[in-house]
Ligand binder design. Sequence first.
Ligand code: PAF
Length: 300
Amino acid sequence: MINPKVKVAVVGKGAIGSLIAYSCQQQKLDFQLLLKNNNTITLDVEKIDGEKIRVYPSSSDINDAADFDIVVFPIKAYQVLGALQQLSQSVRPKHTLVLLHNGMGTIEQVKALYPNNPIVAATTSYGAFKPTDTNVKETGLGKTHLGWVSKCRNNAILIESTISKLLPPSTWHQDIQLALWKKLAINSVINPLTAINNITNGELVNIKFHKLIHTICSEVSQVMTSVGYPTNSDTLQQSVLRVIEATANNYSSMHQDITFKRQSEIEFINGYVIKKGRELNIPVPENQLLFNKIKELEKI
Ligand code: PAF
């Protein structure tokens, strides 16, 4: 059922944001893109089955956004604060903020800036990339996990059903932190190792990476267990291997960031593990080494 009253705003026109714009158009939702300037754009989306669809989003300048109920941030973790600051004239306490990116640490930042807003945290396994500024290629059909970090008091069911349509199928969790930690464990292994070794995700099955993968998983599992999500290195390693196999031909987002000389999300991935390890007095030397190597690569 279409509900024209719920207005969705999507920050940016990145690969995942463009897939969301595609879903909004297909589902006939009332949506707009929030961009740095308000140029009219079209997006050419190629779905994984080869279907090609042109998306005609309406857009607003992010500094002067038209009205919305939900704003989705499918941008890099380190861009979230800046985007929220640009939106400061438009965000009202009733607006639901949806965080959707790799890594952890932004929830704390967003809560500090907007303590009264409903906040949803999400993680998705959809894969997509943009060969050009207006072309988007879907590379993997994924699933999306969502959960309220601060729940909205009114219309929660309507807001949930709208957000569920953005990257389906969607699963809502009572405690989204567990899903975020599980994804963080996967990213802590795959992202830096593929970027440092300049390889696809699939090449990590090579026996020479096994010990290292185990050590990273062991460090992350100790931190996870201490923050209240008991696990062990074998469990984490199995889920890492499942993702390596499912995304074998892909280059990870961090591999792409380093290759194209963009800032990586290391601060919010292994950097978050290090931060929590420090707070809890748990040594995480392998995560620290990976962090240092990526920081070096970012400078080249
Ligand atoms: O960041 C990425 O590339 C993805 O989250 C993942 C799961 C590592 C697959 O490439």
